[in-house]
Design a protein around this ligand. Sequence first.
Ligand SMILES: *[C@@H]1O[C@H](CO)[C@@H](O)[C@H](O)[C@H]1NC(C)=O
Ligand SMILES: [Zn+2]
Length: 473
Amino acid sequence: MTLFRTLLIATIVQTPSLGQLQITHDQLIAVDLNGYVVEIAPKDSEEARSIIEKASSQSPPVVVTTLPSGSFLLPTFVDLHLHAPQFLYLGTGLHLPLMKWLNEYAYKAEERLDADPELANRVYVRLAERLLEAGTGAVLAFGTIKSETNLILAEVMQTKGLRGFVGKLSMDISSRPTYVEASAGASLSEAEMFIRRCREIPIGPENSERLVHPVVTPRFVPTCSDELLLGLGKLVKAEGVHVQSHLAEARDQVDWVRNTRNAEDIDVFDRSGLLTSRTIQAHCTFLHSPELTRMQASGAAIAHCPLSNAYFSSQPFRLREALSAGVTVGLGSDVAGGYQIDIMSAMRNAVSTSRMRDGSLREADIEAANQPSGASHTNVSIEWKEALFLATRGGANALGLLTGCLKPGSPFDAQRIDLTTENYHGVGALDFFDATKDFEIDEDAVEKWWCLGDNRNRRSVWIQGRQVYNAEV
Ligand SMILES: *[C@@H]1O[C@H](CO)[C@@H](O)[C@H](O)[C@H]1NC(C)=O
Ligand SMILES: [Zn+2]
């Protein structure tokens, strides 16, 4: 017999497929003790009534909570690319080009945390709290070189109830002599040990499931020898873990690989066995349609980080082409290459970047054809509903998670968003001049939140059925 943990009656907003927004009102959502959605049904239906009755007679009884009409439930966001230690230097030094910035800020931050577990713990606790407050329910994170520091990160995430895919960095080449692993062999055995120890982290009494998983993480081609990359490819195959790295991110980085390896990033990863269906590559800004098709064929996903691209990539990612080629794409904050931890900001930047890209392609077409009707390229803009899909389901698909949507069988990973107060005043930055007691959430209201909303609209967050965030009101 199913025992219930939570019963809610709410409006559900979600994106079942790219570009499709679904709003369903007055739904009963029943969550079992293990944190899975067991049923979603209209609140007056036979199924709903029978569940409410069963839950009220279980011991202790669970009563149904009805959310106010100005609130909705949305799947949590997935941050598909973030550097946890760089949170220390969020919003600093962004005037530098990539290779210089890494040397002067990123490596330094990582080295400081590896030398100071107490500092690492403070940074990671705060990071986890910020992510939950921003509605991020799962994160694919780069850590540091040292296993112990990454275990602190994984333990913090498990304790806080956040889904964390944690990567111990592998790098046996470095521009910073004090921040590098001794050899390919040493790096490989450390990576193997991290996988084992991460899998031994206790689940903890508050959680019904393991939420943290180890990820093989070659930093990027410039910092990894061929021997290391080949070894990591074998490790991935043997252990069945996810892989993350950076691919074709910036002009100086692409040139570096061409000059030192006489190869392209995508070929180096491919021949090392690191382009798999469990691979997530950040950026890919220098990939064109043929290589995007290659990414799709390999099953590898892409973490699109538009704000970071604006600083470090010198050109926008070909997002529409990637989606048309069938590549799995999610959004990343790229903290601290991107200074905003909030995936809402990544959604907005993805849309505005795609629109500017579309405009410049159109202008180039018109100039080439020398007439206004010369615009012949396909529309590469994406719209907000597509961005919402990427931020939720897209990222979940990339990680093989069943989150990012709310349906029977999926884990209850959800955020409660409040648009209006009980008195029908807009919450936070939102104003609804026509809201009255008949206020019903529709597409216009959700779009307004997508454009203007912030943390003030986020009332609660649940992950695997556990309430992990509750705003003070
Ligand atoms: C291009 O696509 C965007 C997003 O779907 C849409 O809003 C816009 O109207 C389209 N532009 C043109 C010129 O069709
Ligand atoms: Zn990155």
